[in-house]
Design a protein around this ligand. Structure first.
Ligand code: HSE
Length: 422
């Protein structure tokens, strides 16, 4: 039986989940890997009443951990600056690093991987993207022979949890609180609901698939806070549901990176993934379209992703795998304003003769085609919702169009959601 000695930095939700899973699943892990993984030391600034660390040594200075006789430092403190220092220190002390921290990889990945190459150690981060749902090693290894034209999906479990509960009639705030109680949401949940968490993850996947830098150039990131419960009913009438999508796509001239809410076909694979599940669609040239789905947040799923990296380390110890010089992309990011979408518009307008005509003629004047338009039941106060699905046009023109629609006397409110093409 092989032996892998690890030190854990951090002793919160994720770390205690890893500790428990290593104990409770020790038999299956060693049966599958021929390895006994032992936790030699835990760096914890304070005790965690929710987890008994038994006789495992606890040190209060998390920077001490990498000085112990261990093979791997598992960084689970979260955050960016201290996590970066801790990882660089572990690398300097010739320890491999496993982390679930997407923010530090997104912001400092290039620096960290370069330090790891120089020091002959590996930095693995499967659990940083979609927790235990396999995607990082899948892209790097199983799909290594493929040209990948597009990666798209729901990469934030909290957003999918909130949106799919709103679809069933729940309120935004109460569902967010539930996601926090379940340990899905980040300590600062604005990262989840404003799209940054999904942006971190798609930035990382793009670096693997397309060689974009870490950090990447700035790209369009938008969260789910402007979506209303009624949008789900209107979308459904038109054959769609609403998801938070993160997308990376490549063509011969540029790379597209974005994270925002989108209407997707009600019958698509991604549409049917509810709750905290993440779902990813990968368009490959050799295998066709691949779908991956699984829990993307929470203690247990994250522990599964972390342990997969520990097992991978055991299996590749002594080899240069993971420390090759990554292909660096020379392609620029396509400006978001130049991307073209179909749009869903929710327009609240006065129920007066000619209101539809004034809206449709404004669209016609701007050369924007209409795929469908529906006037819904009056809301009260002589206001009616008008639901519009447009033909494809450029994002920069959409912002201008919404401003002009809002300037009409009869239009009181407008919001829009992009529609993701198949
Ligand atoms: N807050 C994250 C999510 C946790 O909801 O997906 C996993 O990265």
């Amino acid at each position: 039986m092989k032996e892998l000695k690890i030190g854990i930095c951090g002793w919160g939700n994720v770390a205690t989940g890893l500790y428990r899973s290593l104990n409770e699943h020790a038999q299956i892990i060693s049966a599958n890997s021929g390895t006994n993984i032992s936790v030699e030391v835990i760096g914890a600034r304070r005790d965690n009443p929710k987890c008994d660390s038994g006789s495992t040594k606890i040190v209060r200075d998390i920077f001490e951990v990498s000085k112990y006789d261990i093979d791997v430092v598992v960084e689970l403190i979260g955050g960016v600056d201290t996590a970066r220092e801790l990882i660089l220190e572990a690398i300097k002390n010739k320890k491999h690093v496993v982390t679930a921290n997407k923010a530090v990889i997104y912001h400092h990945g290039d620096e960290i991987f370069s330090a790891a190459r120089i020091n002959g150690v590996k930095v693995l981060y499967e659990a940083a993207v979609c927790a235990g749902t396999p995607i990082v090693k899948l892209l790097k290894e199983e799909l290594a022979a493929n040209n990948i034209s597009k990666i798209s999906g729901m990469l934030n479990g909290t957003s999918n949890f909130i949106l799919s509960n709103m679809e069933e009639g729940s309120e935004f705030m109460s569902t967010l609180e539930l996601a926090q109680q379940e340990g899905y949401a980040e300590p600062d949940p604005t990262f989840d609901i404003e799209g940054m968490d999904a942006a971190h993850k798609i930035g990382i996947l793009s670096s693997i698939a397309y060689g974009t830098s870490l950090p990447p150039e700035e790209f369009h990131v938008e969260g789910i806070t402007k979506i209303e419960k009624s949008d789900f009913n209107h979308a459904k009438d038109m054959g769609y549901t609403i998801k938070h999508l993160a997308v990376a796509r490549i063509n011969e001239e540029n790379i597209e990176l974005r994270a925002h809410p989108a209407l997707i076909d009600l019958n698509s694979h991604l549409a049917n993934l509810k709750g905290v599940r993440n779902g990813i669609e990968i368009n490959t040239d050799l295998v066709g379209k691949i779908h991956i789905a699984g829990s993307g947040a929470g203690q247990e799923s994250t522990a599964s992703g972390l342990i997969s990296d520990l097992v991978h380390l055991v299996n590749t110890m002594g080899s240069d795998a993971d420390s090759f010089d990554q292909i660096i992309s020379n392609l620029p990011l396509k400006p978001f304003a130049e991307l073209a979408f179909q749009y869903y518009f929710y327009i609240e307008a006065q129920d007066i003769p000619g209101v539809m005509a004034s809206i449709t003629s404004l669209l016609a004047a701007k050369g924007v085609g209409i795929e469908s338009i529906l006037q819904k039941e009056e809301l009260g106060g002589n206001l009616v919702p008008i639901i519009l699905i447009t033909d494809i046009f450029k994002d920069k023109d959409s912002i201008e169009l919404q401003g002009e629609l809002l300037a009409l006397d009869s239009v009181k409110k407008i919001r829009s959601i992009r529609i993701e093409a198949e």
